[in-house]
Design a protein around this ligand. Structure first.
Ligand SMILES: *[C@@H]1O[C@H](CO)[C@@H](O)[C@H](O)[C@H]1NC(C)=O
Ligand SMILES: *[C@@H]1O[C@H](CO)[C@@H](O)[C@H](O)[C@H]1NC(C)=O
Ligand SMILES: *[C@@H]1O[C@H](CO)[C@@H](O)[C@H](O)[C@H]1NC(C)=O
Ligand SMILES: *[C@@H]1O[C@H](CO)[C@@H](O)[C@H](O)[C@H]1NC(C)=O
Ligand SMILES: *[C@@H]1O[C@H](CO)[C@@H](O)[C@H](O)[C@H]1NC(C)=O
Ligand SMILES: *[C@@H]1O[C@H](CO)[C@@H](O)[C@H](O)[C@H]1NC(C)=O
Length: 333
């Protein structure tokens, strides 16, 4: 028995000795994990969350915000239709510019629109849901209420007088990238649009007397109005005052004026005091403009009326701009 035992002990000895002296690294790890796996799992989860949570809740919103900051917005078409003193229909196309490889969904949001530097926004527009991508078009067609008609008047005046007009469009859209959570970003873009630049290039030509006069209108002519903007503006029935050296000579009328982008050639009629106008050129020997028969006139805005309602924002914009044209009176009569 004892030899048997000794043999067994002897046989077991090398195995036992090798275990206590040098277990392999893999085996030790295996044993360790077998015992402590749950500690490792907890540590792993904690580390994962410590890294992931800030990425999701700090890094991702920051990346989203900086991508929104880097994007551009261009207004490529803007139609102002159906104007009333308190509202108008706005049909607009905007193009988003983005160099990002991140293409989040931007949920529909309310954007306020103001002239840069103005104290108040003139309106708010509901921007539809969009997937952010370079060149994506955003189309709007809505009736906008003029939350501040004076602020819109300032915008209309800026469009009339300035070469460039800067609009500020801002809001707080929710944005979502793939299956990441929604995050709210600040959207605040300055968009530069071309203005009418005082109707530079405005001209009146082919002026003729109307015989017999119609509704008191005794002159007819053609007006040329260049529109370098992307805007189509419905202004209704426009009345302008005609002055010569500070003296009111009469009124001119452009009916159903829709100013389209590019060159506008429109019919115009006028109601002038013939005696005063003729006195400028006749008799040719003594009259102020007798030599040439051509007199300079100043045209100033009087009113813009659409469907019987005056549109003060357009009337004021027209009144803010004085146009000068040389009219060939002798040729007209
Ligand atoms: C985004 O732009 C705003 C305003 O210019 C700035 O205050 C903010 O720090 C910018 N955010 C990021 C993440 O770039
Ligand atoms: C859009 O506007 C930005 C400035 O805001 C300008 O640099 C860019 O050329 C414009 N892009 C187009 C397609 O008009
Ligand atoms: C335009 O001309 C009229 C008449 O000459 C004058 O009363 C008015 O002040 C002028 N307006 C502007 C903005 O220059
Ligand atoms: C508008 O008219 C100007 C000069 O009268 C001309 O140079 C220009 O090409 C015209 N533009 C269009 C779009 O017809
Ligand atoms: C506008 O034109 C009408 C005539 O059509 C005239 O009676 C009125 O005085 C004008 N208003 C202004 C502010 O010039
Ligand atoms: C402009 O005036 C004409 C004649 O009075 C009228 O028939 C037309 O409806 C008016 N247009 C608008 C847009 O108010």
């Amino acid at each position: 028995m004892s030899t048997d035992k000794g043999e067994v002990t002897a046989m077991e000895f090398p195995t036992g000795s090798s275990m206590t002296a040098k277990p392999s690294f893999g085996a030790r790890m295996k044993a360790h994990f077998k015992k402590w796996w749950w500690v490792h799992l907890i540590v792993f989860i904690v580390v994962f969350l410590v890294i992931l949570l800030p990425v999701i809740f700090v890094g991702y919103p920051n990346i989203a915000q900086s991508q929104v900051n880097d994007s551009t917005l261009n207004i490529t078409s803007m139609v102002i239709d159906d104007p009333t003193p308190k509202s108008f229909r706005l049909i607009q196309t905007q193009v988003l510019g983005s160099q990002s490889s991140f293409h989040p969904k931007i949920y529909s949001f309310l954007a306020s629109v103001s002239l840069v530097g103005a104290a108040h926004a003139f309106t708010s527009v509901q921007v539809p849901e969009t997937t952010s991508r370079d060149g994506v078009k955003i189309n709007l067609d809505q009736t906008v209420d003029l939350s501040n008609a004076n602020a819109f008047g300032d915008f209309a005046k800026a469009v009339m007088l300035q070469k460039d007009v800067e609009l500020e469009i801002s809001g707080k859209p929710e944005l979502q990238q793939g299956s990441l959570p929604k995050t709210t970003v600040n959207y605040d873009k300055t968009v530069t649009m071309k203005g009418l630049n005082k109707l530079d290039g405005f001209n009146v030509y082919d002026v003729h007397t109307m015989n017999p006069p119609k509704n008191g209108h005794n002159l007819r002519g053609t007006v040329y109005i260049p529109n370098p903007t992307v805007m189509t503006i419905t202004m209704g029935n426009v009345t302008l005052n005609l002055y010569q050296d500070g003296t009111l000579m009469g009124y001119s009328y452009i009916n159903d004026l829709i100013l389209k982008p590019g060159n506008n050639t429109l019919e115009m009629t006028a109601e002038v005091n013939y005696a005063k106008v003729l006195g400028l050129v006749l008799p040719s020997s003594t009259a102020k403009y007798g030599k040439t028969g051509i007199a300079p006139f100043t045209i100033t805005g009087n009113s813009s009326v659409y469907n019987g309602q005056e549109l003060p924002y357009f009337s004021n914009a027209l009144a803010a701009n004085n146009l000068t044209v040389d009219l060939n009176i002798l040729a007209a009569i």
